[in-house]
Ligand binder design. Structure first.
Ligand code: NI
Length: 181
């Protein structure tokens, strides 16, 4: 197990389409997932996709209880999801802020489906089939995008709602100060 370097936006490996996992329950797959877990926890991420550590396989992990990067977010059960298939339920989308360990220090408003079904396998090849909403659905869409070479800034509709976390937070505090006057 090891904490692996996370590739950053600009690295062409993040733009590749990853390949499906063919064999489950192997030492290689176990080692990959263990490294992903160590790396995500070290960086307080909400999720991580294998291509972010330079492995072009359709493996994502996500979930957390309390996360300092997302203090208001709902709890999402820790999940290892392999060869995921997403099916949006309805056309409704919702805008909300996202960050990404491959785009450190930044945040942007991204539209995502509010409700979706996701299917795939766990590390042993057992089927996973869940219908989820809101933040859980958002995290899954963000992570699965990585497997198709898509980073969240590509989905931002209004680039005025994209910036450095420090500046966005400072602007928010100024707004709150104004409200009090
Ligand atoms: Ni990401």
């Amino acid at each position: 197990m090891a904490i692996r370097p996370v590739l950053r936006m600009g690295d062409p490996q993040l733009l590749e389409v990853s390949k499906p996992v063919q064999q489950f329950n192997t030492p290689e797959l176990g080692e990959l997932v263990a490294d992903m877990i160590d790396t995500m926890r070290e960086l307080n991420g909400a999720g991580l996709a294998a291509p972010q550590i330079g492995v072009q396989l359709r493996v994502v992990i996500f979930g957390f209880e309390a996360n300092p990067r997302y203090p208001d977010a709902e709890v999402v059960p820790f999940t290892v999801l392999i060869n995921p298939k997403l099916t949006p339920i309805g056309d409704d989308m919702e805008d909300d802020w996202e960050g990404c360990l491959s785009v450190p220090g930044m945040r942007g408003v991204v539209p995502r489906y509010i409700q979706l079904r996701y299917q795939g396998s766990d590390i042993e090849g057992n089927a996973i089939d869940r219908t989820v909403t809101e933040f859980h659905a958002r995290v899954v869409q963000h992570e699965v995008d990585h497997l198709d070479g898509i980073l969240y800034p590509q989905r931002i509709r209004d680039l005025r709602q994209f910036g450095f976390v420090e500046e966005l937070d400072a602007a928010l505090e100024d707004d709150e100060d104004d409200d009090e006057q």
